[in-house]
Design a protein around this ligand. Structure first.
Ligand SMILES: C[S@@+](CC[C@H](N)C(=O)[O-])C[C@H]1O[C@@H](n2cnc3c(N)ncnc32)[C@H](O)[C@@H]1O
Length: 329
């Protein structure tokens, strides 16, 4: 994916420690391990500005299209066409029976798609030439939406899809279980920012592979293997891990939805910060403008700002905007 060579990043050896580590653990590990270098192009330190605008994103996007500023990354997690209204929790720990956060009944799939088409078209207009759209849905509407996106973006601009395994799907007795959601990725042109070597897009090698293949050690004691492909030899280090595939099961939804978690806002269908962090690190740079036109509780906006990307969130739900504004403050 991604031919934007000039934008490609050479990562540091490994990611910095993620913020979830407890202070105690961090101190202990820091004492024994050297700090891992950050990737300065993808992991910025200063918090970037963020703003939340209430209203139908179609109206706001049409206004934004008149300005020159464009977005390098658009992530959108629309309603899923579930057929019912979603309620927020009144407070952390309460049951999700508070005010209606947003209605997700459209009177059928065709109406849902009629709502979506002009909005994704408007999203494309405000994207930069190296920008990408990540659109998140589930089995109810993802296949029909792909046909719309192929039409709006051109099938050649379909760059891949992520199968996200939230860890909480239904395992039905009466039919096949539904334990994943899908994120489609489209670019505006044939270029897109893709930080394929970023540590956020790596995972540890399987234990068997480490045992079988990584038998050698270099002068620093790092385990590696050399592979010769078409006459050229490549060296792979065990501690750098391998590139991630398209199935992501390590960003559990629970982090966003259980009352015990710090990031839970009580907004229904909130997505976990770890998922957005990976998407943002994959396909934007420090300083890239990030947009979430149906931002709900503001997960994308909060994470983008933290990673040094100026971010704009839109939502037509007053409840969403109140929660998202509080969150980015
Ligand atoms: C699945 S939720 C987004 C959840 C969000 N990703 C989060 O982490 O909290 C979908 C959101 O789309 C919003 N929405 C639906 N139609 C919209 C429209 N036309 N313009 C703006 N927001 C819209 C809903 O109000 C709802 O908050």
């Amino acid at each position: 994916m991604g031919s934007a060579q000039s934008r490609r990043i050479t990562p540091g050896a490994n990611p910095t420690k993620r913020k979830n580590a407890t202070k105690k653990n961090a101190t202990k590990k820091n004492a024994t391990k050297k700090a891992r270098p950050r990737n300065p192009a993808t992991q910025g330190t200063p918090v970037a500005p963020a703003k939340i605008i209430q209203g139908d994103c179609l109206d706001h996007l049409s206004r934004l299209a008149k300005h020159a500023d464009r977005f390098d990354l658009v992530y959108v997690d629309p309603p899923f066409n579930t057929g019912f209204a979603h309620s927020a929790r009144k407070k952390r720990g309460a049951r999700a029976q508070g005010e209606t956060a947003y209605d997700d009944s459209w009177g059928g799939l065709n109406n849902f798609l009629d709502m979506l088409r002009p909005r994704v078209t408007a999203m494309r207009t405000v994207m930069s030439d190296v920008g990408s759209l990540w659109l998140h849905l589930d089995h109810r509407a993802i296949h029909d939406t792909k046909i719309i996106l192929d039409d709006v973006f051109g099938a050649a601009h379909f760059r891949g899809e992520i199968i996200w395994v939230p860890g909480n799907g239904s395992r039905r007795r009466s039919g096949p279980g539904v334990t994943h959601q899908t994120i489609l990725i489209y670019s505006k042109t044939l270029e897109m920012i893709w930080n394929g070597d970023d540590p956020a897009l790596r995972e540890p090698f399987a234990a068997t592979s480490l045992r079988t293949h990584f038998r050698k050690k270099d002068e620093d004691g790092r385990q590696y293997r050399d592979r010769t492909i078409n006459g050229k030899t490549y060296r792979y280090y065990a501690d750098e891990g391998r590139r991630l595939g398209s199935v992501w099961s390590d960003c559990p939804a629970m982090n966003a939805n259980t009352p015990l978690s710090d990031e839970t806002t009580g907004y229904p269908t909130q997505k976990p910060e770890a998922l957005l962090e990976r998407i943002i690190l994959a396909s934007s740079l420090v300083g890239s403008r990030v947009l979430d036109p149906m931002c709900g509780s503001g997960t994308t906006i909060a994470v983008a700002a933290r990673l040094g990307r100026p971010a704009v969130g839109m939502d037509r739900s007053a409840t969403a905007c109140r929660i998202a504004r509080k969150r980015i403050r």
